[in-house]
Each structure stands twice: as C-alpha cells, then as structure tokens.
Design a protein around this ligand. Structure first.
Ligand SMILES: C[S@@+](CC[C@H](N)C(=O)[O-])C[C@H]1O[C@@H](n2cnc3c(N)ncnc32)[C@H](O)[C@@H]1O
Length: 255
C-alpha cells in the first residue's frame, strides 16, 4: 500500500482554524503580554531609548534550518524582492537577510498581526523601523503578482496549512523565472501517522514524493536533500526532513 493514501494534504477551513488557534496560543505562551502599568511602560521606553532592551529575536529552530541549508550560502548577495510565507513570529528571513542586500522584504502569515504585538521580537521591531512589510493572507489566497519575487521562503509551514498542494502552487507562482525557492519540511509516512495519531497543531502530513512531484517540474534543484529520521528535529514523529533550494525554470508548468 502506498503511504500517500493515508497522508492528509488538505483539510476543512474549520480544522485549519482550530490548528491556528492552537498555534496562536502556543506563541502567546512564549510571549506573554508585557505589564501595561505606567511605570512598566516608562521603564521600557527609557531602556529602549538607551538602547538597553533585553530584546531577543526569538528562535523556532531557525538557526537549525540555516545550518541544514548550509547557511543559505548559494543564495545571491543581492535580491530585489524577497518574501517568507508562513513567516511565524521569529522568521527565517531575518537570518537569510543577514549580510545580503534586499530592497523589499515581505513577511506573510495569517497570524502576523498577533506576532507584531510581541514587541521585543525582530519582526515587530523590523516592521516598526519600516525594513519589512507584512501581509496576513493565508498562502492559499496569496495576493501577490505572479513571477514577482527573487526569493520565496517556506520553511516548517506546509503541515500547518489548509491545502498543502495549493500552497506549493502559490509559492511557485510568485517566484520569478530564475528566482529562488527555499522549502524546508518535516516529513511523515503512514507509519508515522499511525504511531503519533491526531495532532492539534499539524493538520497536514506530507511526504517527499509529494513535494518532489510539485517542485521538480517547476524548479531546477540546487540543494535537494532528505535528512534521515535521526537527523531530524523530532525522530519519533517524522521519517525525514525535506530540504529544497532551487531556481524557477524559465518555462515553468502552468499552475
Ligand atoms: C511552526 S510555524 C513556523 C514559522 C516559520 N516558518 C519558522 O520556521 O519560524 C508555522 C506558521 O505557519 C503559519 N500558517 C499556518 N497556516 C498557514 C497558511 N494557510 N498560510 C500561511 N501561513 C500559515 C502559522 O500561522 C505559523 O506562523
């Protein structure tokens, strides 16, 4: 029996919203709202003015992914327009952008408004400085023009979405011909699903054959690896980890 038969690539709007509630609560627990007393606010303001914030950018395995992608070193030094889809509260693009010139950086996530309230984190600070723009559409309803980004990043997102194949189509659509796509993804097979059961925050289970079928016709792979179960972040739940970094072919297949 083929494993894909038991994998879930799309769920109902209601199931997706439940997962997003779980997701928002998880990040809120790491970022409790700061005290709003006048004294607390004044202290924060003084610290910020003195440049003495204890701000930490936060990290959701972003350094781990960066290491697995060899520090993203094959990506060009200059890129006009870049976007991270499902950027989360801490983002991977903050690490990709380090030492690179990007003129327009978008961070897109349906929970982005919520993440901007995490005052001390990189995303909120970059947005307030005007160095990133934000968008709150789910990837399935991506509003951006086709062929318009030099770099599209989608790491650790596809098992959270409503429709994984539509998200892959949208990510491919908005990359420009010759532009770069970075996809990082925990992988599940039927045995993983049977062993771990229902997972509130991860409605989708996807495997490497499905990702290859969506990406390889449209992108020239430059880095294309599947890490073993033991090399992954959660060996109990995932038989592998998908790492893909590729360039969009000039004559990509129509979506
Ligand atoms: C585990 S977090 C990962 C965040 C980030 N990519 C990272 O690696 O730090 C998954 C993110 O996917 C977002 N997400 C869930 N469904 C989505 C959808 N349909 N479109 C875009 N983002 C979605 C969630 O809101 C959440 O911020």
């Amino acid at each position: 029996m083929k494993s894909e038969q038991q994998l879930t690539l799309a769920v109902s709007e209601e199931r997706w919203r439940q997962a997003q509630e779980w997701e928002a609560a998880f990040w809120r627990s790491q970022n409790p709202a700061p005290a709003q007393t006048l004294t607390a606010r004044a202290k924060r303001l003084v610290k910020r003015l003195l440049g003495r914030t204890s701000a930490s950018p936060g990290d959701d395995w972003n350094h781990w992914w960066a290491e697995k992608f060899d520090g993203y070193r094959v990506l060009p030094q200059r890129m006009e327009r870049a976007i991270e889809l499902g950027c989360g509260p801490y983002t991977n693009i903050r690490l990709i952008a380090e030492g690179r010139q990007m003129n327009e950086v978008w961070c897109s996530d349906p929970l982005v408004e919520h993440y901007l309230t995490f005052e001390e984190r990189w995303l909120g600070q970059a947005w307030r400085r005007g160095t990133v723009e934000v968008d709150d559409h789910p990837i399935e309803e991506c509003p951006f023009e086709s062929d318009s980004f030099d770099l599209v990043v989608m790491i650790n997102v596809l098992d959270h979405v409503r429709d994984a194949l539509e998200c892959l189509r949208q990510a491919a659509r908005i990359a420009r011909p010759g532009g770069w796509l970075v996809v990082g993804q925990d992988l599940s097979n039927a045995e993983d699903v049977a062993r771990t059961g229902e997972d509130a925050g991860h409605p989708i289970r996807i495997d490497d054959a499905t990702l290859d079928a969506a990406l390889l016709p449209e992108f020239e792979a430059v880095l294309h690896r599947v890490l073993t179960r033991e090399e992954g972040r959660n060996p109990e739940a995932h038989y592998g980890t998908y790492l893909f970094l590729g360039r969009k072919k000039a004559e990509g297949h129509p979506a």
